[in-house]
Design a protein around this ligand. Structure first.
Ligand SMILES: [Zn+2]
Length: 449
């Protein structure tokens, strides 16, 4: 067996036995096998991939591992600005003035991102394992596409804490909602009144036709709300359709079904001689997800971890009351800013998870609402995160194809459904927030040298 093969086998064993954390593979190879940077970077990524194969049975194929997976320092002599570029980036010209960049001597190198496992367009990290119980009984394998900083390390450490205290309790709804809104504008109040009565009696037929259309995507109409609104003397009626789905995100499906409803209601009003000035499927009321307590879209998920107070005090060196004070102070800051909820770093993790899974919606903005929960109960600290609006379609469909890389990564993660995606996302957010709160309590965050 060659020295390299030996290093791979021995280090994979250390990872499997949790003897070293995944971000220490580079330094382990350097210290034990004298594999110095940049020699150790690619091998470290291969070792983490080998560990993932042993853990999950997935032999990663679609996530590219470049020959030189590390960063180098360069500089533009004209602009006097420093650059840190991927070593495999052949465009070595200044983005500002176009001058050729100069390498620093001696050349220093850095990891593309902590816990790197591959990726050219985006850099992917393995970020630990996540044990949950309750509605989902599983230990997920964490994959994250998340910047160059310490993010993946923080999430990994949070995963360790969750496991140490018996896993998180998870509640996640069986279905997710998608909404579409149909608006009518009437010439006067009496037309709207007549229309309201007629539409209310007619909704059962509308619902039936919508359900036929939605059934292709395993969806059905959950409820329909009628909302009269006035503005600048104009008389409106909003009809808000909410459908539920177990696997698909369903926005294309509900949009099409709302189109069927519009045609039926337009014709019904016309044949009854009820006048209306405008009708349209409008985006304002329920288009993209608005940060509002009333928003009905997506799937609800809550993950909570219970840590005995005595353990918590050992972990942070703070009493549980001191810790709760710090979290309350942090929460007050979010409130002063006008945020709906208390969040710390979850927004970045949410984006990182969506980018790694490459699901529909690709952009994470619509699902970014998140809330930290922290309280004392029966001698324990309960730390959790609640995510009320997770939108996810994990199955390739006409609504959004999931690329092969996304499908492969979800196999590694252990995600088989949109409901499991919601649980996975919430677990990673919980891990990141928990680790951050613990580090704040310990006084380790942004500590002066
Ligand atoms: Zn320049």
């Amino acid at each position: 067996m060659s020295a390299i093969e030996n290093a791979v086998i021995e280090t994979v064993q250390l990872l499997s036995g949790s003897k070293i954390p995944p971000w220490k593979v580079e330094s382990h190879l350097q210290e034990t096998y004298s594999l110095i940077p940049p020699e150790n970077y690619r091998l470290s990524a291969k070792i983490r991939r080998r560990y993932l194969r042993e853990r999950t049975g997935v032999d990663i194929k679609y996530l590219t591992l470049p020959e030189k997976p590390y960063l180098v320092n360069l500089e533009c002599g004209v602009c006097s600005i420093p650059y840190q570029l991927a070593a495999f980036d052949n465009n070595r010209y200044c983005s500002v003035c176009g001058e050729e960049l100069i390498e620093d001597k001696p050349q220093k190198t850095y990891p593309l991102t902590a816990n790197y496992i591959g990726g050219i367009d985006d850099y992917f990290s393995y970020c630990g394992n996540f044990e949950c119980h309750g509605d989902i009984e599983k230990e997920f394998t964490g994959i994250l596409q998340y910047g160059t900083g310490l993010g993946p390390i923080g999430v990994t450490r949070g995963g360790f804490f969750i496991k140490r205290y018996g896993g998180a309790d998870i509640k996640v709804t069986e279905t997710a909602r998608a909404c579409r809104n149909l608006g009518y504008m009437f010439p006067d109040e009496s037309s709207r009144k007549q229309a309201l009565q007629l539409i209310e009696d007619f909704l059962y037929a509308v619902r039936e036709e919508m359900n036929i259309s939605l059934s292709k995507w395993r969806g059905n109409v959950q409820f329909i709300e009628l909302l009269p609104v006035e503005d600048m003397g104009r008389i409106y009626l909003f009809i808000d359709f909410t459908a539920e789905f177990d696997l698909y995100r369903g926005h294309g499906a509900i949009s099409k079904a709302a189109g069927i409803a519009k045609k039926m209601i337009d014709e019904k009003l016309g044949s009854a001689g009820i006048k209306f000035l405008q009708s349209g499927i409008i985006q304002g009321y329920d288009g993209d997800l608005k940060p509002s307590y009333r928003n009905k879209r997506g799937r609800y998920c809550l993950a909570r971890l219970s840590i005995p107070e005595s353990e918590f005090e050992k972990l942070t060196g703070k009493t549980s009351e001191d810790f709760l004070d710090i979290v309350r102070m942090d929460s007050k800051g979010a409130e002063k800013l006008g945020g709906l909820h208390h969040t710390g770093m979850g927004g970045e993790i949410i984006a990182g998870v969506y980018k790694a899974a490459k699901i529909n919606p690709h952009a994470p903005l619509v699902s970014s609402t998140q809330k930290i929960i922290c309280y004392g109960e029966g001698g324990n600290i309960i730390y959790g995160v609640e995510m009320p609006n997770i939108e996810a379609g994990t199955i390739s469909s006409t609504e959004g194809a999931v690329p092969p890389l996304g499908r492969e990564m979800m196999q590694v993660m252990g995600i088989n459904s949109a409901r499991e995606f919601a649980a996975y996302l919430t677990m990673l957010v919980l891990a990141g927030e928990l680790n951050l709160s613990i580090e704040i309590a310990r006084g380790n965050l942004y500590k002066a040298d």
